[in-house]
Design a protein around this ligand. Structure first.
Ligand code: HAM
Length: 413
């Protein structure tokens, strides 16, 4: 019989890969809680109009990449392509906002975009997402970037570049848009792709984000937003930078970064890795002050970011994560029962590891210990059994092996 295969761009996560995801989630919970964020879980399915109203009809995500379908009553539903829209919807519906109140949420889970699958790009992928509501201040943006940086550092990822920009606000952006339109007009319209020819007047910033090579080239000399910021946006952006500078957080200014979603104003940022192929963005975010109101809520500012877990996983060393604490090598059949009891006591102490159920040669046991990646190999043979001891072989360190009293060893853990 023909076997049923998984859907293109969707992946199964077996233990080695899943361990990385679990580790990332645990680390994210730990770090994000330190900054006062609480977990929010929102549905994977939402009404299609939610994404149309928030991400923007002109974006690739809404225009080309959504998994949308009618339900049994012919209502259009969409598998969420990102988390922010759903979090904002939940926040608005909760009616918990009061003027001056700050709410901080994080959420994890699968997202869906109908993109061409390649390394680091899938149709089902996972995000770690963070949002702050009620804080218009630059300090909130800077705090988010510093938290993201700490989180990535604690995952052991330091070879990353933070790119930063300000997209202006509803006050200064219209003049910038006009400057862009004038620039596009000075070029031959026919040279732009069909999408850009349409977006040129309706959503001129989108053209800057077009992936088509000819469009990319045409926008090389386009005016940049940072030359058009109003004084308030200037100050806001300067404050974000001053805090990052003060914290010693390196970043690069990228005045051409517009992000792929329409809701951003002022601060926006991306974190890139150049070690994982062409899909370099491992995280992205920014401020979206008009979005809550746009989705029927109060006039409440918002700012946040999301990390792509598949891309972070590409950078993580799976061998290091999956390492068990011990391998218990039984080298004499007589010691097998005692070894099983000892392994049980080790696990009750919170250690991870396996025991070889029966006795075997020292050579084959050492091979298994090496293969398991364990940090220590605990050897139990006839002599150890008779003397209530265990021989501890340290697998990484240049330390000699030692034979210790078994109860004292347990007590030392
Ligand atoms: P985004 O830049 O569209 O932002 O996505 C965030 C991250 O999700 C990307 O940097 C990337 O690592 C990952 N990602 C996106 N698409 C894929 C894919 N097809 N396969 C694998 N990974 C992918 C947002 O989604 C915003 N909601 C972030 C945000 C939160 N802004 C404010 N709050």
């Amino acid at each position: 019989m023909a076997k049923v295969q998984k859907i293109k761009g969707f992946a199964d996560l077996f233990p080695e890969e899943a361990a990385k995801f679990t580790y990332m989630e645990a680390k994210a919970r730990e770090v994000f809680s330190r900054y006062g964020f609480g977990e929010l879980r929102t549905p994977i399915l939402e009404k299609t109009e939610l994404f149309q109203k928030s991400i923007g009809e002109d974006t690739d995500v809404v225009g080309k990449e959504m998994f949308s379908f009618p339900d049994r009553k012919n209502r259009s539903l969409t598998m969420r392509p990102e988390a922010t829209a759903g979090v904002v919807r939940a926040f608005v519906e909760s009616k918990t906002h009061q003027p001056g109140k700050i709410s901080k949420f994080f959420t994890f889970g699968p997202m869906f975009r109908y993109e061409r699958p390649q390394k680091g790009r899938q149709r089902q992928f996972h995000q770690l997402d963070v949002e702050i509501f009620g804080a218009p201040e630059a300090q909130a943006d800077a705090e988010l970037i510093l938290m993201l940086r700490s989180f990535l550092n604690e995952l052991g990822l330091t070879k990353l570049t933070i790119e930063l920009n300000s997209l202006g606000c509803h006050e200064c952006r219209p003049a910038y848009k006009q400057a862009l339109i004038d620039y596009y007009k000075s070029k031959d319209k026919e040279n732009f792709c069909e999408d850009c020819r349409r977006r040129m007047e309706t959503n001129p910033l989108r053209v800057l984000d077009c992936k088509v090579p000819t469009c990319k080239e045409l926008v090389q000399d386009a005016p940049v937003i940072t030359d058009h910021l109003c004084p308030e946006c200037e100050t806001h952006f300067a404050d974000v930078r001053a805090i990052l500078d003060g914290a010693g957080a390196a970043y690069e200014l990228n005045p051409r970064m517009v992000r792929g979603l329409d809701y951003y104003v002022r601060t926006c940022f991306e974190v890139a890795s150049y070690d994982i192929g062409s899909q370099t963005a491992v995280a992205g975010g920014g401020r979206y002050d008009g979005l809550v109101k746009n989705l029927g809520g109060p006039d409440c500012p918002g700012t946040g970011f999301a990390c792509g877990m598949e891309r972070l996983a590409l950078l993580m060393d799976e061998a290091e994560l999956a390492r068990p604490d011990f391998y218990l090598a039984v080298v004499d059949d007589e010691a097998a029962n005692e070894a099983m009891l000892f392994a049980q006591q080790l696990r009750e102490k919170g250690l991870s590891g396996e025991a070889s159920y029966a006795g075997g040669s020292m050579k084959s046991r050492m091979r298994a210990a090496n293969k398991s990646g364990a940090r220590v190999c605990l050897i139990l043979g006839g002599e150890e059994l008779a003397n209530n001891t265990v021989t501890v072989k340290y697998m990484d360190e240049e330390r000699d092996q030692e034979t210790l009293d078994r109860s004292l060893y347990l007590a030392s853990l």
